[in-house]
Design a protein around this ligand. Structure first.
Ligand code: C2O
Ligand code: CU
Ligand code: CU
Length: 481
């Protein structure tokens, strides 16, 4: 990561060969040569510009997930950073052939195939580099940046295009939460490896594509059998017998987790939640078991002080089986002083929107459906079309959205944070607390969210963050006027 001066960074997107599994060479697409990409740390309200240069063989798009970003820097899926020598016409030939195959054949891509990007020439920017300007006028939170190219987001993230961006402020620093080496961002992502050491993505390998049973997993979302945390398989992290702040991101394409922290004696440690996707909660919430859907973030404090030196605490995934049941482990290496605390009041200024503040209620069904070329994932019966405005919202308006799912869909809104109003006709669950930007809809479930369209005018997105569902059409436009 090149800090090119105050608030400026340069990131080169390039292919590298990494050693993720011992002795195995794995080609990755990276931000600046590492997976995850470089972690950017910023202060609230201090603008940051990140210049991305694309040295990969395909066009890319960078989106700062959770960022309160003007539309021009939000990474709209057709606002491309082109690679050197890219001929626009070659895109469909080489992109679909080598990059995406099954997704396109079976997904929505074929539906608007010839046109994407070209529907809306304004959106296509032909550049090898692009400046993304982030005002970061927003609550401190763990954000992440990742690829967002139309129809190709899932394979690009899978190959490594994801990184963290932490926003901090003085008020949060003053709380006394565990900090420094006792604050650990944890990007959890599953991956599968092919026999040659490369990442195995069903649609990437023509041989796999022909194999029966491979298309279905692609449609549901791609899963891996290796769990990576910050790019390392099942790491063991040495800790003091003290409180730690674990800032967990599920960066998996499609895998859901239910996390629990289990000590050697079988005792489950509390996962004390202090923050959600969009920053601190009003007050801590203790969990023993915490569901986390793709793209969600949970800011947790775990206290290792009751664990004997030499003891281990395993972070497990209750939804996994075999190797995917393990996520990582902590080994308590020493006793140590601990001045950190978890105050009973965290954020005093969380927005509280009431149902009666809403000027509009909208309904969106997230469901599978048939399309020209087969199966797709649709919002309100339609696949994504960059040329169509699905929602027009007025800047400053409060709206209630009722989201209904057929199967599991983690639904994400760009630009704004929201609160969960109800889940399945009942009050929200404990893990729905705080300001979120991604909410997990469980199969058959309706979730109501409330938000205020605040920040900037322009065209933004909402979509399912199962990355394969997103690529297969489960995305829509919001025009904020
Ligand atoms: Cu994390 Cu529109 O994405
Ligand atoms: Cu986003
Ligand atoms: Cu989905």
């Amino acid at each position: 990561l090149g800090p090119a001066g105050a608030g400026r960074y340069e990131i080169v997107q390039r292919e590298v060969i990494a050693e993720i599994l011992p002795g195995v060479r794995t080609p990755l697409w990276t931000y600046d040569g590492t997976f995850p990409g470089p972690t950017i740390e910023s202060r609230r309200g201090r603008p940051v510009t990140v210049t991305h240069r694309n040295e990969l063989p395909v066009p890319t798009v960078v989106h700062l997930h959770g960022g309160r970003t003007p539309a021009g820097s939000d990474g709209y899926p057709t606002d491309l950073v082109l690679p050197e020598g890219w001929a626009g016409d070659a895109e469909h030939g080489s992109g679909h052939g080598s990059g995406h195959g099954a997704g396109h054949g079976s997904g929505h891509g074929a539906g608007h195939g010839a046109g994407h990007g070209m529907h809306d020439p304004r959106a296509v920017v032909s550049e090898l580099t692009r400046d993304y300007a982030f005002p970061l006028d927003q609550r401190p939170a763990l954000l992440w940046y990742h690829d967002h190219r139309m129809d190709f987001t899932a394979p690009a993230i899978w190959r490594g295009l994801a990184g963290l961006h932490i926003v901090r402020d003085d008020a949060e620093d003053a709380l006394g939460l565990p900090a420094g080496p006792r604050e650990l961002p944890l990007m959890i992502a599953d991956r599968a490896f092919a026999a040659d050491g490369g990442l195995a993505y069903p649609a990437l390998d023509p041989a796999l594509r022909e194999r029966p049973g491979v298309r279905e997993p692609y449609l549901a979302g791609v899963l891996g059998d290796v769990i990576l945390v910050n790019g390392a398989p099942w790491p063991v992290h040495e800790v003091d017998a003290a409180r730690y702040r674990l800032r967990v991101l599920n960066a998996s394409n499609a895998r859901h987790y239910e996390l629990e922290a289990v000590a050697d004696d079988g005792r489950r440690l509390d996962l004390v939640q202090v923050g959600a996707d969009q920053g601190l909660l009003a007050a801590p919430v203790a969990h023993r078991l915490l569901p986390i859907a793709p793209a969600e973030r949970y800011d947790l404090v775990v206290d290792f002080s009751g664990v004997p030196v030499g003891g281990r605490v395993r972070l497990l995934n209750r939804l996994g089986s075999g190797r995917t049941r393990d996520v990582m482990a902590f080994r308590v290496a020493r006793r140590a002083a601990d001045e950190s605390r978890v105050p009973g009041t965290l954020a005093a200024d969380l927005p509280v929107w009431r149902r009666s503040d809403a000027v509009r209620v909208r309904d969106f069904a997230f469901r599978t459906g048939r399309m020209h070329s087969g199966h797709g994932w649709l919002i309100g019966g339609l696949p994504f079309d960059p040329a169509r405005t699905d929602v027009t919202a007025r800047l400053g308006d409060v709206e209630v959205w009722r989201l209904i799912a057929d199967v599991h869909h983690p639904v994400h809104l760009h630009l704004v944070g929201f609160r969960v109003l109800s889940r399945g006709g009942r009050p929200p669950l404990p893990h729905d607390a705080g300001l979120k930007d991604t909410v997990s809809l469980r199969p058959g479930e309706a979730v109501e969210i409330i938000t205020r369209f605040d920040g900037y005018r322009g065209r933004y997105l909402f979509h399912c963050h199962n990355a394969e569902h997103e690529d297969m059409g489960m995305m829509a436009n919001v025009e904020i006027i």
